[in-house]
Design a binder for this molecule. Structure first.
Ligand code: PLP
Length: 463
C-alpha cells in the first residue's frame, strides 16, 4: 500500500506535469524519458532552472541532482556569465555553416585543458562523437571491425547500442551472452538495431587479459578499440582503469587506434580528463556533456592530427578533398553552442585546481556520511565509484565489484526506482539509477539536503 500511496502522492504533487504527459502521450514528442531513468511514469515539466534548483510547472521547486544528464554539473543551471555570452551572440551570429571567431577562441581554451590532443572537430552529441571517432579510425586503417567493452555506453548508434548495461536500454539482458573466441556474443540492446556480425563488432569482457588476447587475435581486422576509463555501467575505477590502461597500451603496441570515450570523464577527472589523470595513451578522445552548456548541444572529437585529418577541415588543400571522409553535420559547431562552451570552460579554467579540490571534498563528505549511516543502520546504501565528481547510489551488498556481470546482477532497479520517487517527494530530482551528478552546481548545504533526503528515504524503504 505504501507504494500506491507514493505513486499517488507524486502524481498529485506533479499534477500540472502529469496533465502535460496526457497531452503528449498520443503525440510521442519527448523521447528521452526511458525506463528506468527519469521514472518515465512521472516526468517533470520545468518552468525555471537556476543553479541547483529546478521549478516545475506545478510550482514545486526541487534540488536537481540530474542536471541535464550531468551536462550542467560544472556550474549549475543558467550561470550568468554563460547566459550573457550567448545573449551577446543572439541576433548577430548566423548559428552555423560559417566560421566565427568564437571557434578559434574555444579551440585555444580546449588546447589548454587537453595538451595531449593535437586537433579538434566539433559535433553535437556523445553519440555523434563516438560514431565520428569510429569513422575516422576506419578511414585511417581501412579496416572495419570495432572493439567495445561489455556494458559500456557510447551512445545510441547501431554499434554502440550493443551489449550495453540493461539499465540504459530498458530491459535486462539475462542470461548474459556467451563469451567465446570472438568475444562476448554481439547482442543488440534495443529493438531495431541489427545484430552486428563478427566482422564488425568485437565485444570485450571487462578483463584485461581476455580483452588483450581478443584484440591480438583480431589485430588484422580491427579499425579501433573503444573504451571508458570509468564507466557509469561499471563504476569502480580501481578495476576499470587498469583494464583500460592495459588495453590502450596493447592497442598502441599493435598499431590499432584506441578511442577513449571521455563523454562522462572529460573535464571532470581534473582538467585533462581521465586521459591525463590516469595517463592513458589514446589516439582519439570524445567529449560531450559538460563541454556543452545551457543544454545547447556540443561534442568534440580530439586527438592525433593523423586521425582527425581524415575528415575535411577548414583551409585544407583542394587536392586533398577527394581523399577525405567527412563527419560534418548541419548544426555541428554552431556558434551558440561554441560561445556557451567557451564561457563555461573559461569559468572552469579560471578556478584552476580549486574547483576539483572543492568538489572532491564535498563528495568525500557525502561518501563518509553514507558509510556512517550504513554502519549505524545496516542499510546497504552506498555512493558507488567515481571518486571525486560523480557517483551513483546503490543498495549493493559489496563496496566494490571486480566483475562487471556480478555488479550488473546486484543492481536492484525496483529499489532504485522507488528511491527516486521517495526523493521526489522530499524535493530532490534525480535519475532513477539514481546517478548523482555534482560539481559547483551544488553547495555543501545542497549536498547536506541530499544526504538527509537519501537517508530518510532509505529508512522509509527499510521500515
Ligand atoms: N559516451 C558516454 C560515456 C556516455 O555516458 C554517453 C551518454 O550518457 C554517451 C557516450 C552518449 O552521449 P549522448 O547522450 O550525448 O549521445
Amino acid at each position: 500500500p505504501w507504494v500506491i500511496d507514493l505513486f499517488t502522492d507524486v502524481a498529485t504533487r506533479q499534477a500540472g506535469s502529469m496533465a502535460q504527459v496526457e497531452k503528449l502521450r498520443p503525440l510521442g514528442a519527448t523521447n528521452h524519458a526511458f525506463w528506468p531513468f527519469h521514472a518515465p511514469q512521472f516526468p517533470l515539466s520545468i518552468a525555471r532552472a537556476k543553479g541547483s534548483r529546478i521549478t516545475a510547472v506545478d510550482g514545486n521547486t526541487y534540488l536537481d541532482c540530474h542536471l541535464g544528464f550531468g551536462a550542467q554539473a560544472l556550474h549549475g543551471h543558467n550561470p550568468e556569465p554563460v547566459v550573457a555570452a550567448v545573449r551577446d551572440l543572439l541576433g548577430t551570429s548566423t548559428g552555423n555553416g560559417y566560421l566565427h571567431p568564437v571557434e578559434s577562441e574555444l579551440i585555444g581554451v580546449l588546447q589548454g585543458f587537453l595538451p595531449h590532443c593535437e586537433k579538434f572537430a566539433f559535433l553535437n552529441s556523445g553519440t555523434d562523437a563516438t560514431a565520428a571517432a569510429i569513422r575516422l579510425a576506419r578511414a585511417h586503417t581501412g579496416k572495419r571491425m570495432v572493439a567495445k567493452f561489455e556494458g559500456s555506453l557510447h551512445g545510441v548508434h547501431d554499434l554502440a547500442a550493443h551489449n550495453t548495461a540493461f539499465w540504459y536500454h530498458g530491459h535486462p539482458v539475462q542470461p548474459f551472452p556467451e563469451v567465446g573466441p570472438n568475444g562476448v556474443t554481439p547482442t543488440p540492446a534495443l529493438k531495431g538495431v541489427p545484430i552486428a556480425d563478427n566482422g564488425e563488432l568485437l565485444v570485450l569482457p571487462n578483463d584485461a587479459k581476455l580483452a588483450i588476447e581478443l584484440i591480438e587475435r583480431h589485430r588484422d581486422q580491427l579499425a579501433c578499440v573503444l573504451g571508458e576509463a570509468v564507466s557509469s555501467s561499471f563504476p569502480f575505477p580501481e578495476h576499470t582503469v587498469p583494464i583500460i590502461k592495459a588495453t590502450a597500451a596493447a592497442s598502441r603496441d599493435l598499431g590499432i587506434p584506441f578511442i577513449l570515450d571521455e563523454v562522462l570523464t572529460g573535464f571532470r577527472y581534473g582538467p585533462g580528463g581521465a586521459a591525463a589523470h590516469f595517463d592513458i595513451p589514446a589516439d582519439l578522445h570524445t567529449y560531450g556533456k559538460v563541454v556543452s552548456a545551457l543544454g545547447i548541444p556540443l561534442s568534440v572529437v580530439a586527438g592525433k592530427a593523423a586521425l582527425i585529418e581524415h575528415t575535411q577541415t577548414s583551409g585544407m588543400p583542394l587536392t586533398d578533398l577527394g581523399r577525405k571522409t567527412s563527419v560534418q553535420t548541419t548544426h555541428a559547431g554552431n556558434h551558440l553552442a561554441l560561445a556557451a562552451s567557451l564561457a563555461t570552460l573559461t569559468l572552469l579554467r579560471d578556478q584552476g585546481d580549486a574547483y576539483y579540490t572543492r568538489t572532491r571534498a564535498k563528495v568525500d563528505r557525502l561518501r563518509s556520511g553514507l558509510a556512517a549511516f550504513r554502519a549505524e543502520t545496516g542499510i546497504p546504501l552506498r555512493l558507488l565509484g567515481f571518486g571525486d565528481f560523480i557517483g551513483s547510489f546503490g543498495f549493493t551488498a559489496e563496496e566494490s565489484y571486480s566483475d562487471y556481470r556480478d555488479f550488473a546482477s546486484a543492481i536492484n532497479p525496483i529499489a532504485l526506482f522507488l528511491m527516486t520517487l521517495l526523493l521526489r517527494r522530499r524535493g530532490v530530482y534525480a535519475l532513477s539509477l539514481p546517478m548523482l551528478f555534482t560539481g559547483d552546481a551544488h553547495s555543501e548545504a545542497d549536498l547536506d539536503e541530499l544526504f538527509a533526503a537519501v537517508t530518510d528515504s532509505a529508512r522509509e524503504m527499510a521500515a
